[in-house]
Design a protein around this ligand. Structure first.
Ligand SMILES: [Zn+2]
Length: 478
């Protein structure tokens, strides 16, 4: 018996719903915008129900089509169904929270929607001056009066994008056929915020109830220093009332199966080196001028840089290394005039120790300027001293709990000093024990880079890691 056309349409629709076919051209976001359908959800098979009438209308056979057999159009790629948690993560990635003008409203709306669906308390805490805020989710513990609380933090903002260098739109969360999801924040750090939420969603679904209260914070402006985000929040009465004793914050991806756990950060020392000399026509050949002196100063500094590279461990551990990088250079007014002044900005990161302090760097710079000739000097632009480190002692309750939890789970870990800076430094300064941990194994670190991506399986594995770790920490008894 030949199928009727309505049966064929039903067959097509069942196949469409149960597969992950690419969206037909007429259902692209620009077409759907006017129809009031949220285009971001179309990868959810369930959400395609919303476009069923449109689909049926679009695919309705004309009178002459009745003799054709229905088949999947050749430009449809059939992929395995996507895990809904991956779809939700991709929605978060589509919120453009990049500096210098982050659109926090869309991201905040997404977080609120997730909290309500999961069933945990959502609160937007506003500060003075207006515009400063953080988002705090609360999962109350069964005996919070006896125990301090656990804080799971991640930042909402992301670094800017040079779209000319990206293969895909950095805010479209495109997934390729390997399951790699491209987007600014795919690693740093929207993955972590989404993983916390998905882990809590799973824990709540299977009836787990934490003894300690678990807070999840989503903070703005981490990528520009955190002063308007985490640092402001830590001074607020709302934070004092939370009685936090342990915080997890951002870590980094690793290429192997050993999780880096970050317990401290390096200090920042940034200087502007300025060289002055006689200006001249570029046709003249004076023995030295501003440029030759700056060249000499940078050359000496780079000798020290090479020594630091040689001193770094083969595994890339930067704990005892001072990193030095030239970030900006400038001067001059005309291509055919040697300027009287040229400058360079040099950024250095170091772990402060009794034997290695900012004064070691000022001594080095004094010596370099003296050797580079008359008129070479430097000015300190930033000396951000970060001394606080979280404990790695077996006598410390939280460190012992974390280490034992990893042992019990059979996870490998390596305590390290974080190469960059994160909000964990503000937490440590406020007396909170904070560890940077992002469960992204076998993954190249792509935070802040062009074409940042994360594989969906790595994202899913990380959810499982938090699903196992959160109960260990939330129920730990002192
Ligand atoms: Zn980050």
């Amino acid at each position: 018996m030949k199928p009727t056309s309505s049966v064929r349409i039903l067959h097509f629709w069942i196949l469409y719903l149960s597969s992950n076919v690419s969206i037909p051209a007429w259902a692209e976001p620009q077409h759907l915008k006017t129809s009031g359908i949220r285009p971001t959800n179309l990868q959810h098979p369930g959400n395609r129900l919303h476009i069923l009438p449109l689909l049926l209308w679009s695919k309705r056979p004309s009178s002459g089509d009745d003799k054709r057999t229905t088949k999947i159009p050749s430009n449809f790629t059939i992929l395995p169904p996507e895990d809904p948690s991956v779809s939700r993560y991709r929605e978060y990635l589509r919120t453009n929270t990049s500096h210098p003008n982050p659109n926090y409203d869309t991201a905040v709306a997404w977080i609120k929607e997730q909290a309500q669906a999961i069933g945990i308390e959502y609160k937007k805490i506003d500060f003075d001056p207006p515009g400063l805020f953080i988002i705090r989710l609360k999962w109350p513990g069964s005996d919070p009066m006896e125990r301090s609380s656990l804080l799971l933090n991640s930042h909402i903002d992301v670094v800017p994008v040079d779209s000319s260098k990206w293969t895909y739109d950095a805010f479209a969360a495109v997934k390729d056929d390997k399951g790699n999801i491209y987007g600014r924040g795919a690693q740093d750090r929207k993955s972590q915020g989404a993983q916390y939420l998905e882990a809590i969603r799973r824990l709540k679904m299977r009836g787990f109830s934490p003894r300690r209260t678990v807070y999840v914070t989503f903070v703005p402006d981490e990528e520009v220093g955190g002063d308007r985000g985490m640092a402001t929040f830590l001074k607020a009465s709302e934070f004092m009332d939370m009685n936090v004793s342990l915080a997890l914050d951002e870590g980094a991806a690793t290429m192997d199966d050993v999780y880096p756990i970050f317990y401290g950060e390096r200090s920042v020392f940034r200087v502007r080196i300025t060289a002055t000399g006689r200006s001249s026509h570029t046709a003249m050949m004076l023995k030295d001028n501003a440029a030759t002196k700056l060249n000499k100063a940078l050359g000496l500094l780079f000798v020290f840089r090479d020594e630091q590279i040689n001193a770094s461990n083969p595994d890339g551990n930067i704990e005892n290394v001072t990193s030095i990088n030239l970030s900006q250079i400038g001067g001059g007014t005309s291509p055919n005039a040697v300027p009287s002044e040229i400058w360079a900005i040099v950024d250095m990161r170091l772990r402060l120790r009794p034997t290695w302090t900012f004064s070691n760097l000022t001594n080095l710079l004094d010596s370099i300027c003296n050797q580079s000739g008359n008129g070479v000097s430097y000015k300190v632009l930033l000396n951000l001293e970060i001394k606080e480190e979280s404990s790695l002692s077996e006598s410390d309750f939280w460190w012992r709990t974390i280490r034992k939890s990893f042992d019990e789970m059979g996870w490998k870990m390596k305590p390290q000093i974080f190469a960059g800076a994160s909000d964990a430094r503000h937490l440590r300064k406020a007396g909170i024990q904070a560890y940077g941990f992002s469960p992204l194994l076998f993954t190249e670190q792509l935070g802040h880079q062009d074409n940042e991506f994360l594989n969906e399986n790595t994202f899913l594995n990380g959810i499982t890691v938090y699903e196992k770790l959160i109960p260990k920490l939330a129920n730990a008894r002192e």
